[in-house]
Design a protein around this ligand. Structure first.
Ligand SMILES: [Zn+2]
Length: 593
């Protein structure tokens, strides 16, 4: 379908940002004229003065807010129909302008780091800096890990080289992998990363085996090079943690988002000590799917066939609103408002970006891209993306600009809360046993893929880095052995641990952003605790959740979560999530004939 044939009410409305393309052009020219060549260096050397620092921060905010609006307007138009050259070029122009202007502010943080502690502490306590207080606290806390100017210059100059390991893996994983052909649904097919997932979900058993073996063989062929890349990447982390005086690579990575390392330890301990539930799930799969032997290539076969809830968008949206009733009338009203005010781009059209996302800016409102099809998954996608959108909306409404953005650590919580609430609502209201099974399967898959699997990855990263920190060489043998053992721990005896699975670490791009994936697991764990509280305690828990949604990035993420009643420095939320998985598994069993 062409975009022009889609009813206006189902398309988002970028004129809330600029009334017309001409208005965008005019503002772009103005920003270039005012700030394109602006001498931000006038603030250099003066940031110890309150007046200058306030002025500098305020100017940075002003410029950034104007750039954001330019960017989002071009971005929305570009994604609506990527064939339109005009928006491709305005999108590229504004992206270029942003990096040019922001590069000129790069002196600010290093200069603040150099300030004497008393001066920084004075600013932090000063109510005039209320909007910047957390930012200043982070700078003060980071002082211990900042080196001399000459050393910092060296580090900055070497950063490009240090990124090389990740680039090597990207090249190997894409350009050099040389995936062969394999049979899919009876036809000879060129293998690709995307089709690998399809084959493992829906191929016949011989096809799954063939894809699994050929896919892993491609990595085994390159394993020496991949080992060098991964080992280099870990050594890079050890280098930085040593020169920046961190206790460990993990502590350094977590400090990047101001997260207490105890959170990571709680996650791994709680999941590891509840692996018997995962083993029970694996046994259940074997039984339900009637496998004589269950292999690693069988793990993606759906436990039950998906029962589709087919609804036109308007009805699906009403169903989401109904499902989110536990969040209260204010939340439901905001959902209605978002739809009526045309925040959402609903349908697929020629040239439109695929997938779904929510993108927000401080001064307007969030926008949500969907490619809605009448499937159950897409109903969950509405709930998910509106979760992001309302989180952004409430934070922007409540926080000053400098504190409105929430970190990645918090980013998937509101979206998951909505999914889980909707799932429970659909489950409770349905009489259809097949649909009920299908919903529980969706939930258990979330646990398997987002909680258990990412924690397994997190544990592997911890082992690899600990070895390197202890001066042990990372070899393909030692990495394979560590991964294979984890796989056995996580999946248990109900599955054949095919030897190829030892190489799985070699294909995970996220391992080149060290200690990143645990956030997926803590996200779902936090969401489950929040849902539990809301469903058992009602109003007070909803109020706390609104406080969380309204907190943006006003302080460290673990403290923000505490406002919603989730304390990740304790074991309780982790154990509650494990119990939720066990309960779901047992509930599923009651539905079996
Ligand atoms: Zn999301």
């Amino acid at each position: 379908m062409e975009r022009k044939d889609i009813p206006q009410g189902l398309k988002w409305n970028p004129t809330d940002i600029f009334p017309s393309d001409e208005a965008w052009d005019e503002e772009y020219k103005k920003v270039v004229a005012e700030y394109g060549e602006y001498d931000f260096d006038v603030f250099k050397g003066k940031l110890s003065q309150k007046k200058d620092l306030l002025e500098c921060f305020t100017l940075m905010d002003t410029v950034s807010r104007r750039l954001e609006k330019l960017y989002l307007y071009a971005h929305l138009h570009h994604d609506s129909d990527m064939r339109v050259a005009k928006y491709t070029s305005s999108y590229a122009m504004v992206a270029g302008l942003i990096s040019k202007i922001f590069a000129r502010f790069s002196f600010v943080d290093p200069e603040l780091t150099e300030l004497p502690d008393e001066v920084l502490q004075g600013f932090i306590k000063d109510p005039d800096f209320a909007a910047y207080e957390y930012r200043l606290r982070r700078i003060a806390a980071g002082k211990a890990h900042v080196l001399s100017e000459a050393e910092e210059t060296l580090l900055a100059l070497s950063s490009d080289v240090m990124r090389g390991f990740q680039e090597v893996h990207t090249m190997l994983n894409n350009a050099n992998l040389n995936l062969p052909k394999a049979t899919l649904h009876g036809e000879e097919t060129q293998m690709s990363h995307g089709l690998y997932g399809v084959a493992l979900r829906s191929g016949a058993v011989e096809e799954r085996k063939e894809w699994f073996e050929k896919y892993y063989q491609a990595y085994i062929n390159l394993i020496d090079t991949i080992t060098s890349a991964y080992s280099g990447n870990v050594k890079k982390d050890v280098f930085y943690k040593t020169v920046r005086k961190y206790e460990s690579c993990k502590a350094m990575a977590l400090d990047g988002e101001d997260v207490d390392p105890i959170v990571y330890e709680n996650l791994i301990e709680a999941v590891h000590s509840s692996l018997s539930y995962m083993h029970e799930y694996i046994a259940l799969r074997k039984e339900v799917l009637g496998f004589e032997e269950q292999h690693m290539y069988d793990i993606n076969v759906p436990l039950v066939e998906n029962t589709e809830i087919k609804l036109p968008f308007a009805e699906a949206y009403e169903l989401v609103i109904e499902g989110l009733a536990p969040l209260g009338k204010d939340y439901q009203d905001l959902l209605r408002h978002g739809k009526e005010a045309r925040w959402i781009d609903v349908c697929e059209n020629e040239g439109k970006r695929c997938g779904a996302y929510s993108a927000g800016i401080y001064d307007v409102h969030p926008y949500v891209l969907l490619n809605y099809q009448e499937t159950t998954n897409d109903i969950f996608t509405i709930a998910h993306e509106m979760g992001h959108a309302l989180h952004t909306y409430k934070s922007a409404e409540t926080q000053p600009y400098a504190k409105a953005d929430y970190t990645i650590f918090l980013a998937e919580i509101a979206s998951t809360v909505n999914e889980v609430l909707l799932l429970k609502h659909l489950y409770n209201k349905s009489e259809d046993k097949q649909l009920k099974k299908s919903l529980l399967n969706y939930y258990m898959d979330m646990f398997r893929a987002t909680l258990f699997r990412q924690t397994q990855f997190a544990e592997f990263e911890q082992i690899a880095h600990a070895k390197a920190e202890a001066g042990e060489a990372l070899t393909k043998e030692s990495l394979n052995e560590a991964y294979y053992q984890l796989n056995k721990d996580y999946y248990g005896d109900g599955i054949v641990h095919d030897e190829q699975i030892a190489y799985e670490w070699a294909r995970i791009p996220h391992f080149y952003s060290s200690f990143y994936v645990y956030k997926y697991a803590t996200g779902i764990i936090s969401a489950i605790s929040i849902v539990k509280r809301i469903l058992t305690e009602g109003e007070p828990a909803v109020q706390d959740y609104f406080t969380f949604l309204s907190s943006g990035g006003c302080t460290d993420p673990v403290s923000i979560l505490k406002k919603a009643g989730v304390d990740l420095t304790t074991k309780a939320p982790f154990e509650a999530a494990m119990k939720e998985f066990a309960d779901t598994l047992h509930e599923f069993k009651t539905l079996l004939d």
